[in-house]
Design a protein around this ligand. Structure first.
Ligand code: ZN
Length: 336
């Protein structure tokens, strides 16, 4: 790689003005610490010259609002904003459809007491029994409740544990978060917080809705469903097929793009840090995944997604730790 090519790689996603890089981040205002607002896991600070759209001042932006901020990082990793745009988080018609489909899937699994998916043969493939109470459920829900940003009510989330040795976790658009007991056995509380923080980000940052084009949703709720229903004889599996079919189930729970997987890693670390868990265990967690499943996971894995590989994620997490988490978190701010 010649030096000019290397420069182009480093500048990806950044606009260059002279020697100063302007960086743009898009996410939600999620925490406030003094004058600093946290957006997409990053600390954003306004100055007297910052242009703020959608609010009078940065301090007036309600937590939970969608925010786009551009500016330059200072030496300690804070983004000094030149421009900030804030707007209320809106709910689209498509989102309602996806949430309804997710509710149906969740309710079917809860009613049957297990997670399963329809298979090509017309039978179902059982993934594992659902645990609705006991130490696994208590532990997962206790950690998730600490991670939850203040603008999100506790009632928005339902953490459910699936009894299986596999390592996996996933989030649905309706706030149902699934975690497998095998993964919980292998992780300490800090590591489990990193996994759950990642999944929580898929929900708070609305990745299901953002990833689906309207055409995809129509396919999931229409054609895909009718094909699957006609293939499946088992009545329980038919119910699953009715909400999404074989195409739909995977689209409801997995298949996030690299962009969203990386965002979930970044923002998830922020949740972990703000809740008083240890974000520096992120790279080690991915080492564990690499040892267990290798660099390229052949099995579709909800948690690992299709694109970002462990080595790449370790690198990205190390950069986040260096930018944002070299000092231990002060006590969590009171919930608003
Ligand atoms: Zn993910």
């Amino acid at each position: 790689m010649n030096p000019s090519t290397a420069g182009a790689c480093l500048a990806a996603g950044l606009a260059l003005y002279g020697n100063v890089k302007t960086e743009t981040i898009s996410g939600y205002a999620e925490f406030r610490r003094g004058d600093t607002v946290i957006v997409e896991g990053q600390r954003v600070l306004a100055t007297s010259t910052t242009k703020v759209k959608g609010a009078k001042r940065i301090a007036d932006i309600p937590l939970g609002y969608e925010v786009k901020a551009s500016g330059q990082r200072n030496a300690s990793g804070v983004l000094i904003a030149q421009q900030i745009e804030a707007k209320a988080n809106s709910t689209g018609g498509t989102e309602q459809q996806v949430i309804a489909a997710s509710n149906e899937a969740e309710q079917t699994w809860v009613k049957e007491g297990m997670m399963f998916e329809p298979a090509d043969s017309g039978k179902i493939t059982k993934i594992g029994d659902l645990l609705e109470s006991g130490p696994y459920v208590t532990r997962a829900r206790r950690i998730m409740d600490r991670l939850r940003p203040s603008y999100l009510p506790a009632s928005a989330l339902r953490v459910r544990v699936v009894k299986t040795d596999q390592w996996n976790a996933s989030a649905m658009a309706n706030g149902a978060i699934w975690v497998f007991s095998g993964l919980m056995d292998a992780m300490d509380d800090d590591e489990l917080a990193i996994v759950l923080g990642h999944e929580l980000t898929h929900f708070t940052h609305e990745h299901v809705r953002r990833q689906m084009s309207k055409g995809t949703v129509a396919q999931i709720l229409g054609t895909g469903a009718s094909i699957a229903t006609s293939q499946i004889k088992n009545s329980t599996a038919q119910q699953v097929a009715a909400f999404g079919g074989q195409l739909g189930l995977s689209a409801l729970m997995t298949g996030y793009s690299r962009e969203y997987e990386d965002q979930a890693d970044r923002v998830g670390l922020r949740y972990v840090y703000e809740a008083g868990f240890d974000p520096t265990k992120g790279p080690g967690l991915w080492e564990k995944f690499k040892q267990k499943y290798g660099e390229t996971d052949k099995i579709t894995n909800f948690f690992t997604g299709d694109h970002s590989r462990p080595t790449e994620r370790i690198h990205n997490l190390q950069r986040q730790i260096q930018l944002n988490y070299t000092t231990p978190a002060p006590p969590p701010p009171k919930r608003e």
